[in-house]
Design a binder for this molecule. Structure first.
Ligand code: HEC
Ligand code: HEC
Length: 195
């Protein structure tokens, strides 16, 4: 009797597991399913830049916009952005930090900057200057401009759900995991980008 119960329980569990697996396989458009693939690096395109791996950086530099991966700018650009005076006038905002936090974050960014990356797409962000403004920008790098010049202004500045090209994660569904592949672009109110 006891053995039968155990067997029945085991079967139920096995059937449930099968059902779940069937669902996961059949539901190709499920976002979470895709995330799983990304994490394991199968099927779907992998990371273009190393995901953020520093808690202080994620918290402090992710408060107003996404915490941009260090591989999106060269070391010298991060050094300029992290200078104390620059943090006090950060693209018009005040992003000042304590001395300790500033040192930790600046060190993390320098150690993982674009030219240090093993990933070719991150290295592409280290080529040429990063704009002529007071502070460098990812969006001003040559590689970035080449990749985004075809997007009409109405989809960006004229789009209340995007606002600016600096909001990578508004359009790139994998931005937080460092995935910028054009096949995972979905512009709010416009849809997938297929060209
Ligand atoms: C108080 C809010 C705030 C905080 C905190 C903040 N930022 Fe920013 N950051 C901004 C604003 C505003 C912009 C300009 C965005 C735009 O032009 O759309 C910006 C832009 C940037 C850009 C340029 C993005 C582009 O256009 O390519 C970088 C790089 C950047 N921030 C890095 C950092 C780093 C590193 C930290 C942490 C030390 C940080 N930010 C913290 C508000 C903030
Ligand atoms: C308005 C939506 C939008 C925003 C915001 C945006 N992108 Fe993109 N991005 C695109 C589109 C669309 C493409 C594909 C362009 C093409 O192929 O013509 C693209 C392409 C790219 C590519 C090349 C991908 C590939 O497969 O070749 C990279 C890398 C990239 N973006 C990084 C970024 C980063 C980093 C940010 C933020 C600083 C950002 N993007 C902000 C829409 C956006």
């Amino acid at each position: 009797m006891k053995a039968t119960l155990v067997l029945a329980g085991g079967l139920t569990a096995a059937l449930l597991a099968l059902g779940a697996a069937g669902l996961a396989v059949g539901d190709d458009d499920d976002d979470d399913d895709h995330h799983e693939h990304h994490k394991r690096g199968w099927v779907e395109p992998g990371e273009d830049v190393q995901p953020v791996a520093n808690a202080a950086y994620a918290e402090e530099c992710g408060a107003c916009h996404m915490a941009y991966q260090p591989g999106l700018l060269p070391m010298d650009a991060w050094r300029q952005i992290m200078a104390p005076e620059a943090l006090g006038d950060h693209y018009g905002d005040d992003a000042s930090l304590s001395t300790d936090l500033r040192a930790e974050i600046a060190g993390y960014l320098a150690a993982n900057a674009a030219e240090r990356s093993g990933k070719s797409r991150a290295r592409a962000f280290s080529v040429g200057d990063a704009g002529t403004e007071a502070l460098p920008r990812i969006t001003a790098t040559r590689y970035f401009r080449n990749e985004h010049h075809e997007i009409p202004t109405r989809m960006v500045a004229g789009n209340p759900d995007v606002g600016s090209l600096s909001n990578c994660n508004a359009c790139h569904q994998g931005a937080d995991e460092g995935v910028y592949n054009e096949h995972r672009v979905n512009i709010p109110g416009v849809g997938r980008w297929d060209d």
